[in-house]
Write a protein that binds this ligand. Sequence first.
Ligand SMILES: Cc1cc2nc3c(=O)[nH]c(=O)nc-3n(C[C@H](O)[C@H](O)[C@H](O)COP(=O)(O)OP(=O)(O)OC[C@H]3O[C@@H](n4cnc5c(N)ncnc54)[C@H](O)[C@@H]3O)c2cc1C
Length: 469
Amino acid sequence: SPEDDGIKGGLNGIDNGRLHFTGVRVPRTNLLNRYGDVAEDGSYTSPIPSPGRRFFTMLGTLVQGRVSLDGAAVAASKLALTAAITYSTQRRQFNASSELREEVLMDYQRHQRRLLPRLAATYAASFAHEELLEKFDDVFSGRNDTDEDRQDLETLAAALKPLSTWLALDTLQECREATGGQGFLIENRFASLRADLDVYVTFEGDNTVLLQLVAKRLLTDYAKEFKGVDFGVLARYAVSQAAGKTLHRSGLRRVAQTVADSGSGKKSAKALRDEDTQRELLSDRVQSRVADVAAVLRGAKGMSQEKSAALFNEHQNELIEVAHAHAELLQWEAFTRGLKKIEDPGTREVLTRLRDLFGLCLIEKDLAWFLMNGRLSSQRARTLDRYINRLLTRIRPHALDLVESFGYGPEHLRSAIASGAEQERQDEAAEYTRRRRASGDAPIDEKTLLAREARQKKAQKAAKSRTKG
Ligand SMILES: Cc1cc2nc3c(=O)[nH]c(=O)nc-3n(C[C@H](O)[C@H](O)[C@H](O)COP(=O)(O)OP(=O)(O)OC[C@H]3O[C@@H](n4cnc5c(N)ncnc54)[C@H](O)[C@@H]3O)c2cc1C
């Protein structure tokens, strides 16, 4: 018997429902048996002998959905930013630097803060998606199709899909608000795209659950790396991380400390702009946290199932945060690798600034962790905000080029505010005002009249007192 899901929060072009089978026996021959079959005598066979490989082959069917969702989410962020940034470079609102012309929205610092970091994150997600597609093609074409390759693909998709789908929702909402009342109109698509993409964070694997999968992989890799190392060493490793001393990976820690210790504000900003510094800070954030949790969870060995589950649960939030940080690092690395392939020096320079903006915004978002764990000095942390603002003003002149390079035409955008209509409206209004001013019959601003009146009164008062004198 079928049951309709009714109207959903979005994606209503797809009709969802449930099918119940009551008292129905499914014949053995009707099993979906591509990867495993049951013979008449009840024996199980599979064309894939390794249970691990069989499991990941089955999971592979889910991977396709996650890869597609990652791509669709990145495309939605690009569409939203193209519409919002195009509109924001045309729309003028409120006077600030001149009485004659209002400011373009995109020139307001706050507007840049709202849109440009999301543009940087979208570029990062896009570079990461390209790498995910390559990995996907490698596995599914059979070129590199070992169990390990499939597991890597599975983990990569599980890491990237949550970030890009959350980013899309956040970007659509911010673009909706950044374009004011126009942004709320369905013809500009932010509201409808947001409704349709809402469920992307849930289906094909709930984002939070996927990040736990990533966290487990990080713990497994960590355990493999330190196989044979006794618990005492691991515990000391974690302690040394907290104390800022070096035990393992001394190179990594040394760079992180340089960031914490050295010099003036100007030097601080320069160090933060450095690619290696960003890499070390972002990878340290993952590695030392994995080490911390792994050290605690090692205590679960030999515990009852109930106790070890409780111990795991006590650290679940931290594990998910680490997986999130790991996925951000993957995006940052993909962006950085992408830069190396760009031949035009000007393009590389602008995109390097955008990558810096992405990296520094990640650090700013987690500043409390970097400060609490001695990875950044408070002096250096204070320069971060200023440096991000400086980057914004440098990226601002290229904002339109950066969205135009996504290559979307009107047939993709289908958004009235991205059509140039606002520019036409602004030009028409400016021309009208210019003509009226030139003709001399433009209305005089009330503020000008009041100022004129005040000047006249002052002059009269001065004249009176002179006559008295
Ligand atoms: C429109 C739509 C279409 C769908 N289409 C399909 C389809 O075609 N095929 C198909 O197989 N499925 C489909 N699904 C199902 C979809 O995959 C599931 O809804 C999704 O995997 C989440 O599972 P759930 O709804 O059972 O949520 P739950 O697993 O109940 O999750 C609820 C909440 O609890 C949290 N949570 C769950 N477990 C944990 C945990 N261990 N630790 C911490 N937090 C946890 C989650 O993060 C989530 O926020 C569809 C769903 C929707 C809404």
